[in-house]
Ligand binder design. Structure first.
Ligand code: G3H
Ligand code: 13P
Ligand code: ZN
Length: 328
């Protein structure tokens, strides 16, 4: 099948209590690792491209890589989405240039300006045939996204009292909200965490009260969570045991994401976990094989581990394994 937008995926995800994984892609091995797992698990998927990815790999290369994945995986629905669209022009370039979904991120703007910018993108996207879906955002996450860094403590949770007006006036198809997730691998400082009986740092729980208040105001409407990597400690260890230095890398517990996916959260963004899997694997390979220099030799296990971490997310976190057919 051809690339799809996110409409049907979100309708099914909402109705049946799961979420679609939105994984960031920057090169061929990442596209292959993700889509091979989705194909084997018969899962719908959103491949997303950031401003940084377009600057790194070039728009055309990324679109063509995703089109190749669509050709190789004709059985599963795949959407191509712009992640954190910074302005109207970037969204327009993606809508005109083969994407089936875009995010316009006006979350840093005052409410009225966020509405005006988001509405402009929605009007342009929805006038397109095929229909391009649009994600907006209210509230700001801590962490790093592209060139914007928000220090822990300067994030702001989504205000449930604003969501109806935002959705109605902009016409967005989905809404990203801030309930305590955070971008990057260093999501929480040790000071923000408590220590459990095994001596492991436990981050502050997600604000399910905010999620539930938002959902009560917008029944049936798809909610998106950014910053949802869980920072698997096995890969942090692999990085650190092989020359890396990633102290205090802590993520969102997977059980909480699974809980959110069973509620109104229909899209969960995961990027850092795949980066960690790739980096840990490559570091380990070089440590074990200092004489090797063929990129195919070190990218092959990295791609295989991306595939396995995505498989784990589809089955154990998102709940979307086996759901490809109902999302078509
Ligand atoms: O939220 C941002 C994504 O993880 C993309 O990261 O801007 O480094 O491509 P990037
Ligand atoms: P992580 O950094 O937690 O993987 O979040 C990715 C994200 O939100 C992309 O938009
Ligand atoms: Zn994000």
């Amino acid at each position: 099948m051809a690339l799809v937008n996110t409409k049907k995926m979100f309708e099914q995800a909402y109705k049946n209590g799961y979420a679609i994984g939105a994984f960031n892609v920057n090169n061929m091995e990442i596209v292959q690792g993700i889509t091979e797992a989705c194909k084997e698990e018969n899962s719908p998927v959103i491949l997303q491209v950031s401003k940084g990815a377009r600057a790194y790999a070039n728009h055309t290369y990324l679109v063509k890589l995703v089109e190749a994945a669509v050709k190789e995986c004709p059985e599963i629905p795949i959407a191509l989405h712009l992640d954190h669209g910074p302005d109207f022009e970037t969204c327009k370039a993606c809508i005109d240039g083969g994407f089936t979904s875009v995010m316009i991120d006006g979350s840093h703007l005052p409410f009225e300006e966020n509405i005006a910018l988001t509405k402009k993108v929605v009007e342009y996207a929805h006038a397109h045939n095929p229909y391009v879906t649009v994600e907006g955002e209210l509230g700001t996450l801590a962490g790093i996204e592209d060139d914007v860094k928000v220090e822990a403590g300067n994030e702001s949770y989504t205000k449930p009292e604003e969501v109806i007006e935002f959705v109605e006036r902009t016409g967005v198809d989905s809404l990203a909200i801030a309930i305590g997730t955070s971008h990057g691998a260093y999501k929480f400082t040790p000071e923000q965490c408590t220590v459990n009986e095994d001596g492991i740092l436990v981050p502050p729980p997600l604000r399910f009260d905010i999620l539930e208040a938002v959902s009560a105001k917008l029944p049936g409407f798809p909610i998106v969570l950014h910053g949802s990597s869980s920072v698997p400690q096995d890969y942090v260890k692999m990085v650190n045991e092989n020359g890396g230095k990633m102290p205090n890398a802590i993520g969102v517990p997977e059980a909480q994401l699974r809980e959110a996916a069973a509620l109104s959260v229909c899209k969960i963004n995961i990027d850092s976990d795949l980066r960690l899997a790739m980096t840990g694997t490559v570091r380990k390979f070089f440590n074990e094989h200092p004489d090797k220099f063929d990129p195919r030799e070190y990218l092959k296990p990295a791609r295989a581990n991306i595939k396995e971490i995505v498989r784990h997310k589809l089955i154990n976190v998102l709940g979307c394994a086996g759901k490809a057919d109902e999302c078509k």
